[in-house]
Design a protein around this ligand. Structure first.
Ligand code: ADP
Ligand code: ZN
Ligand code: ZN
Length: 743
């Protein structure tokens, strides 16, 4: 049989689907894989050009005799593109997608753009003069100016981009201060390295023995040429970030580069600044706010060797470093590491695969490791590293569990338990800060009729609409909005009313109960505009408020030393979600939320309010006993064949016509049954939990099997079955392996 290679000549994003097919000469066959660079005769004159192999196939795209042959393998060093294309092929195979979708995930958009000049901002005032000026701004409540000056007092020099992007200070403010001769903006067209300057400013933190032991272990392995995946289980405040930085310093000293993945929500100014003040301009940041052009520019800088550390969410994993030495994944348990769009890859597994190709090590860090990762330390796939104490032996917070049923019996109808109110009162007196945390899942305030029970739903999706700011009903799935009705659309009764979105309601209650307290709220509504997230956090950090109320958003990424009380108002809500990871998520949220308390000198306290005080995820979170939680959880997963003990694949079949989706689901179920695979469990087909989104119907099939590759083979079989079927123009079938969320 003849084999062909699909080859890309010009590797820029918009031309990725422009492949050319060549015949593979027999003597080269063994060496042709996705990613390999080859020389091919091109165009009329058959000029030899270099190209990358994208796919190997036995299907000729046109008449075989007219297909030219690959000339030879391209000589010379292996380009980083080779690695990334091979990674794309791996992603395609393991998660299901087209090669084109996979390539677009790993190769950044190329855009014409002019070379940007580099701007940095320098403080011109003497320290004392600057402090006086700062006091003036603070008095006038010029918060942006104050924030900028404060930071300049700490660092003397800042990159312009860091100020506008991460400090939320606009160019207008910077120029105003320039006019007053408080600072100076310097412009350069090449990138310069201010590390020496910043480092000499005093990077004098000494790792403690616990941190040093972890660092030594990993460095010894790396220097011996052994590349492992480590899971660093370190309690909140144990100093994991310092460990990461020490490891990065070692990798850099050996001429290699590092990628640091941090969930976008935890990628705050504070976090970035810690890396920046140690490594200076060797660091670059990637986030969703960058334009395609800016992202491309970051990738180009990485490729040209101008930077050596990339910090960012999931997509930073594909930074084209030629000599990658280390990948760090902080908060590795976060579900945002799993892509929700095709290809639905998991950044953790993909990072491990990239590291394998590059000869790099991987460090996964968390205070609450995912069950998946901890399981792999038991099977020997990952190496376990532990840090059991907080830095400087700061004690872990004391945890109280309040049974909400008892509150009701005791006559307290408020959402704030008596214990929590008592502790809040005390904190407010002492001028210490409080965080109140609400698990949002499950309580988006829908509105219903008390006469007939009618619930107002989205006309396009199978979900109820949520009430926002009293007047608008919003669909969280498709964005549909309408005016909240004053009478029931079904029966005309005027007793139709809303349960307000949780956090808003709580804000009202707290303000009523503690009228003297200053309250900030952070949720879907207050963070819709750009940068508002960071503004709320920095206001709270500057102690402009006593109480911060929020959803899971407030759990991450900030160190508030003055917070000594954390209240978790309804711990159970995430347990009712029909999802095998619900307990895991509850445990993680409780532990992480509790970890916000007592990070300064004062002891922290935590109040967990719940209807299930005996549930193992609550009991173990109260005792901060990860191991006990793990043992219970893995026992259940074993019993029910859930990941990581077994593996799952979710097939989602969607179509505008419900019948078409349903019929296809039934046909696919038959194809799967016919394959007759031993040990395979097939569940469904059925309607998805949310049966319709945006007028598209959704059917699902769940597959479970101990062996991941077995599910991958089934996927290949289904793809083959669907290939070239005419009805596939109107039906979509996608795969999700070991899904993180229900559908
Ligand atoms: P984690 O990421 O484990 O929650 P961090 O790395 O954020 O912990 O560290 C918590 C706090 O302790 C930070 O303010 C950090 O600067 C400080 N810290 C970390 N290591 C040390 C150390 N060896 N000595 C003094 N302070 C430290
Ligand atoms: Zn009604
Ligand atoms: Zn909708």
């Amino acid at each position: 049989m003849a084999y062909f290679a699909n080859i890309i000549i010009d590797i820029s994003h918009e031309k990725l689907d422009r492949t050319f097919q060549y015949k593979i000469p027999e003597e080269l066959f063994a060496q042709i894989h996705p990613g390999v660079q080859v020389n091919v005769p091109f165009g009329k004159g058959n000029r030899l050009m270099k190209g990358f192999v994208i796919e190997v196939t036995n299907q000729a795209e046109f008449e075989e005799s007219r297909i030219k042959e690959i000339d030879s393998l391209a000589a010379g060093s292996v380009a980083v593109e080779t690695q990334l294309i091979a990674l794309a092929a791996w992603i395609r195979k393991n998660y299901g997608a087209t090669m084109n979708q996979a390539l677009k995930t790993v190769i950044p958009v190329k855009q014409e753009m002019k070379v940007k000049e580099k701007r940095s901002v320098h403080l011109l005032l003497e320290e004392n003069a600057a402090k006086e000026q700062l006091a003036v701004y603070q008095k006038k409540h010029n918060t942006a100016r104050a924030r900028l000056l404060e930071e300049l007092l700490l660092h003397k020099e800042l990159s312009y981009d860091v100020i506008t992007r991460k400090l939320n200070v606009t160019g207008t403010v910077i120029r105003a201060l320039e006019k007053q001769n408080i600072l100076e903006i310097r412009r350069e067209t090449t990138y310069r390295n201010p590390v020496g300057h910043l480092e000499s400013k005093g990077y004098d933190l000494q790792l403690n023995a616990m941190q040093q032991a972890v660092v030594n272990r990993v460095i010894q392995d790396m220097q011996a040429g052994a590349n492992f995946t480590y899971l660093l289980h370190g309690v909140t405040g144990s100093g994991k970030t310092e460990v990461y930085m020490e490891l990065i310093a070692d990798v850099l000293s050996r001429g290699k580069q590092a990628i640091v993945l941090i969930p976008e929500i935890a990628l705050t100014y504070q976090t970035v600044m810690r890396f920046y003040s140690r490594f200076g301009d060797k660091v670059s940041i990637m986030n969703s706010r960058l334009s395609a052009g800016e992202r491309y520019d970051q990738f180009l800088r990485a490729k040209n060797g101008e930077i050596s550390i990339m910090i960012g969410p999931r997509s930073a994993l594909f930074t084209p470093f030629a000599n990658l030495g280390l990948i760090i994944i902080d908060e590795e348990h976060e579900s945002s590491y799993k892509s929700e769009t095709l290809p639905k890859y998991h950044a953790r597994e993909t990072a491990i695969q990239r590291a394998k190709m590059a000869g790099a090590s991987v460090v996964l860090g968390s205070a609450t490791p995912s069950i998946d990762s901890f399981y792999k330390t038991k099977t020997g796939e990952y190496q376990l590293l532990e840090m059991k104490d907080r830095v400087s032996k700061r004690p872990m917070p004391t945890c109280h569990v309040v049974d909400l049923r008892e509150e009701l019996k005791g006559g307290n109808l408020s959402i704030l338990s008596r214990k929590l109110q008592e502790l809040m009162e005390e904190r407010l007196k002492k001028k210490q800060q409080i965080m109140l945390f609400l698990n949002r899942r499950g309580i988006s305030g829908f509105i219903s009729c008390r006469a007939c029970g009618h619930v107002v739903k989205c006309p396009h999706c199978d979900v109820s609409l949520s009430l926002h700011n009293r007047r608008r009903l919003v669909c969280h799935y498709c964005g549909y909005e309408e005016e909240a009705p004053s009478t029931c659309p079904e029966c005309g009764s005027k007793y139709i009313s809303g349960f307000k979105a949780g956090t808003q309601k709580i804000e009202e209650i707290v303000k009523q109960r503690f009228p003297q307290a200053k309250v900030l709220r952070m949720d879907f509504d207050t963070t819709r505009s750009k940068d508002s997230y960071e503004q709320i956090l920095s206001a709270f950090s500057n102690q402009e408020a006593d109480i911060l109320i929020g959803t899971q958003m407030i759990v991450k990424g900030h160190d508030f030393p003055n917070v000594t009380l954390v209240g978790i108002l309804a711990a159970d809500l995430s347990m009712y979600v029909s999802d095998y990871r619900a307990s895991e998520r509850t445990f993680q949220l409780l532990t992480q939320a509790a970890g916000r308390a007592g990070r300064g000198k004062e002891l922290g306290e935590v109040v967990i309010q719940t209807y299930n005080p005996k549930h193992y995820s609550i009991v173990t979170a109260k005792n901060q006993d990860y191991h006990a939680f793990y043992e219970e959880e893995i026992r259940l997963r074993q019993l029910l064949s859930y990941p990581p003990v077994s593996h799952m694949a979710l097939l989602l079949i969607t179509a505008e016509e419900e019948m078409a989706a349903e019929q296809m689901a039934v046909r696919l179920a038959n194809v799967i049954r016919k394959a007759d695979i031993e040990g395979l469990q097939l569940i469904g087909p059925a309607s998805a939990a949310i049966g319709k989104v945006n007028d598209i119907y959704r059917k699902v099939i769940y597959l479970k099997h101990k062996d991941y590759d077995c599910l991958v083979n089934l996927k290949d079989r289904i793809e083959l079955f669907l290939k070239d079927k005419a009805e596939m123009k109107k039906i979509h079938v996608t795969f999700d392996f070991d899904p993180m969320n229900g559908v």
